[in-house]
Design a protein around this ligand. Structure first.
Ligand SMILES: Cc1ncc(COP(=O)(O)O)c(C=O)c1O
Length: 383
């Protein structure tokens, strides 16, 4: 089966993990430090803005806590979002306000957000779909005018930039995912960014029981180092050095991964570009860069997307659609004021879009096979 996503790990990661075993320290330690420093450098921000956590979903939940969002507040998020974003909003007691997206890029636009603004809007939780940046200038201008926080779910945008700034560092908070299906992978893991370094300090405490001081060897021997205080009923969501070991090596490989993904995306553009029954992803704007996390095609004819997915799967190619629109999740419909007719673009996207295989381990032959099968489907069905 040709996978839609696939991690690329090797000897370098294994060697690094062996070093962790030998060091006798598996918990959060020096390698987390190294990864935070390296990742901040790649983002082009100071080290005081970022720290690791165990997964990006935890970052989504933490964002609600850090911006003091709760009952009586409203959070706007695009319907084409990860389910963890919806759960984070619902769990804190705020009102989930879903908005529509661009039908082709599947990114939220300022005009979509504007339609849903009320005096209760406390934050917008956006996602850069497939690593392609949203129109951040327009969204930030709205945020300034209406005084809401901008939280960037950059799970898929580990190397994306908008006008020279790394996605995830443009708004007030950002988060990246390093789970098994992402580009830079370490099993599970995440980095969080806060524009305000003071908020970063508070968030780091929140994700470690709200502990006020570090315990153990770092404390003075003049004190009883086993005593502690907490400043909140915080969680425990940290990354360990086994996963950080992988992340450190993956970070070095990231530019190569992205370059290969771009090559694959360019190949698909060439191999599928003449098929009139398909819409291909739009070119990346000149002032932006992408991670090429998704290559999403849109089958123009109704009813053919699912049949194409089935045909590809029967022929050894796995595809998917990300992300099932939140306005169609029954549990959310039961809890919030959601009307299907408010989402014409997300509905179109949801019924016509297919994410086909893109990962750095794909061979040119595999890319050609996927493209040839798509062409064949069109021929068989007279499209
Ligand atoms: C857009 C988006 N946000 C957040 C997440 C959550 O990431 P994690 O698995 O690290 O919790 C994912 C994972 O699939 C995602 O795709």
């Amino acid at each position: 089966m040709i996978n839609v996503f696939q991690p690329s790990l090797g000897k370098e990661e294994l060697d690094r993990i062996q070093g962790v075993f030998e060091s006798n320290w598996l918990g959060k330690g020096k390698l987390n430090d190294e990864f935070e420093t390296g990742f901040a450098a790649q983002l082009g921000c100071g080290r005081e803005h970022v720290f690791t956590t165990n997964c990006c979903s935890e970052g989504l939940f933490a964002s609600m806590h850090m911006f003091d969002i709760g009952p009586g507040d409203e959070v706007i998020l695009p319907s084409i979002s990860f389910v963890g974003a919806g759960n984070a909003v619902g769990a804190c007691g705020a009102k989930m306000v879903l908005c529509d997206v661009d039908p082709r890029t599947l990114n939220v636009r300022a005009c979509d957000i504007e339609k849903k603004l009320t005096p209760k809007t406390k934050a917008v939780l956006l996602i850069h779909y497939g690593g392609v940046p949203c129109e951040m200038d327009e969204i930030l201008a709205l945020a300034k005018k209406h005084n809401f926080a901008v939280i960037e779910d950059s799970a898929c945008s580990v190397y994306s930039t908008y006008k020279g700034k790394a996605c995830g560092t443009i708004g007030d908070m950002g988060m990246w995912s390093f789970d098994a299906m992402k580009i830079l992978v370490c099993g599970d893991g995440s980095m969080l960014y806060f524009k305000d370094p003071e908020k970063k300090i508070q968030a780091e405490k929140w994700l470690y029981f709200g502990l006020e001081s570090k315990s153990g060897y770092s404390n003075s021997v003049d004190k009883k180092w086993w005593e502690y205080d907490v400043s909140s009923f915080g969680h425990r969501a940290i990354m360990n050095d086994v996963t950080a070991a992988m992340a450190c090596e993956q970070l070095k490989k990231l530019p190569g991964f992205i370059a290969r993904r771009k090559e694959i995306s360019d190949m698909y553009d060439k191999l599928l570009g003449d098929l009139e029954w398909l819409d291909l992803p739009q070119p990346i704007k000149e002032d932006c860069t992408s991670t090429y996390y998704f290559y999403h095609i849109q089958v123009k004819a109704d009813d053919h997307r699912d049949l194409l997915a089935k045909f590809l799967r029967e022929n050894g190619v796995y595809t998917t659609f990300r992300y099932f629109p939140l306005h169609r999740v029954p549990y959310y419909i039961n809890h919030f004021d959601i009307k299907d007719e408010d989402f014409p673009n997300a509905n179109y996207a949801s019924d016509h879009t297919l994410c086909i295989p893109v990962h750095q381990s794909l061979t040119n032959e595999e890319v050609e096979t996927v493209a040839a099968l798509i062409r064949k489907y069109g021929e068989i069905n007279g499209l």
